[in-house]
Design a protein around this ligand. Structure first.
Ligand SMILES: [Zn+2]
Length: 364
């Protein structure tokens, strides 16, 4: 199996601003380090490089998404706002979303990175691909950035696949711990995309992501939310995949699967309270790759979203790369050893109830 990797040095230069609106700061507490710092992802890339794993992947060159490609999702007014903020040395582009000087080009390179990964998979230059992009995208909507996200990378890539490559059906399966509100909004009335979001209930955005949000019009039934209570382990995620996500994928029969992949459901992430360890991320990646093989000739693209624990993200991400490529890094996983010391891994009744609520909503 050949796995492609999109990455560019510029991704580390995206400047989300100090604090990024998350940490409390004021007269008594000084602003902290940026929550969305490049560090967790830079350390994952460093691990891939140092272990020799990057060399086993097929490099895919990212290009900046064009205005026309970005405009499939975003309004002209919003694109102008990002361009102006970029030229002015940085600024806010939406709630809790900020860019630094030159940030337009970096965000366009992130969206273009997902497009490049999709092009490589659809041209069969690689079997699957990982777009290791930054800034994240899954909260951005048509007319605003949001929650560290500037352009709606996965949705822009999905529309490129639908409109440029002529695909008929795409599934987006978002396992970042926050709600994938951007793709939900973009494809709300669009029957060509099945948008699935598996997230911690009520984190971000605060008031979206319920099981009742199912799409409308011709897109009715093609949006699927699985809001889970805090504290879920891999058992709840497995139940969500087996009872909700995999059956929905089989009904929809996508021609390509795109995964907005965050590591912020990891057990030490500062922005959530979920309990996934390295083997849980491996299981999700193996499971979605197997679904892609059975449904769409293995066509699968992961794109990087959140993940804020610098100490654990490298070792949550490595098993994902191993699962996609079918290769072992041979690197011992200290985070897996740490995670193994934590008891209580079963599916608790209130967690199962949340999965069952999503299952019932999906089958209406
Ligand atoms: Zn997130």
């Amino acid at each position: 199996m050949t796995t492609g990797l999109v990455w560019h040095e510029s991704y580390w230069r995206h400047d989300p601003g100090a604090g990024a609106g998350v940490l409390p700061a004021g007269p008594w507490v000084p602003p902290g380090e940026p929550v969305d710092s490049a560090e967790p992802k830079r350390r994952l890339k460093a691990l891939l490089d140092a272990s020799g794993f990057t060399a086993k992947l097929h490099p895919i060159e990212a290009r900046e998404a064009t205005h026309g490609q970005l405009a499939r999702v975003h309004t002209r007014g919003y694109l102008a706002r990002v361009r102006e903020a970029s030229a002015a040395g940085g600024g806010e582009v939406g709630p809790m979303a900020r860019i630094g000087a030159g940030g337009y080009a970096i965000a366009a390179l992130a969206a273009g990175g997902v497009i490049a990964a999709i092009d490589a998979v659809l041209a069969r230059r690689v079997d699957n691909a990982y777009a290791f992009v930054r800034p994240s995208g899954h909260h951005a909507t048509a007319d605003a950035g949001m929650g560290f996200c500037v352009f709606s990378n996965a949705a822009i890539g999905a529309l490129h696949a639908l409109e440029q490559h002529g695909l008929a059906r795409i599934a987006l399966v978002d396992w970042d711990v926050h709600h994938g509100n951007g793709a939900q909004a973009v494809f709300w009335n669009d029957p060509r995309a099945l948008t699935v979001s598996l997230h911690q209930d009520g984190t971000f955005p605060r008031h979206t992501g319920s099981v009742a949000e199912r799409g409308e019009g011709r897109g009715a039934g093609t949006n699927l939310n699985i809001p889970l209570p805090p504290g879920c382990t891999g058992a709840a995620y497995r139940a969500a995949f087996e009872r909700v996500i995999l059956p929905a994928l089989e009904r929809f029969r996508p021609e390509l699967i795109v995964v907005p992949c965050g590591y912020d459901a990891g057990f030490q992430d500062p922005l959530s309270r979920m309990m996934l360890g390295p083997e849980d991320f491996r299981w999700m990646a193996e499971t979605i790759a197997a679904a892609a093989r059975s449904l769409c000739q293995g066509r699968l693209v992961l794109c990087q979203e959140g993940g804020y624990s610098a100490s654990t993200v490298p070792f949550l991400g490595l098993p994902v790369f191993e699962a996609l490529s079918g290769m072992s890094s041979g690197v011992p996983n200290p985070v897996a050893e740490l995670f193994a010391t934590i008891p209580h891994r079963g599916l608790l009744a209130h967690q199962e109830a949340a999965v069952e609520a999503a299952r019932r909503a999906a089958e209406v």
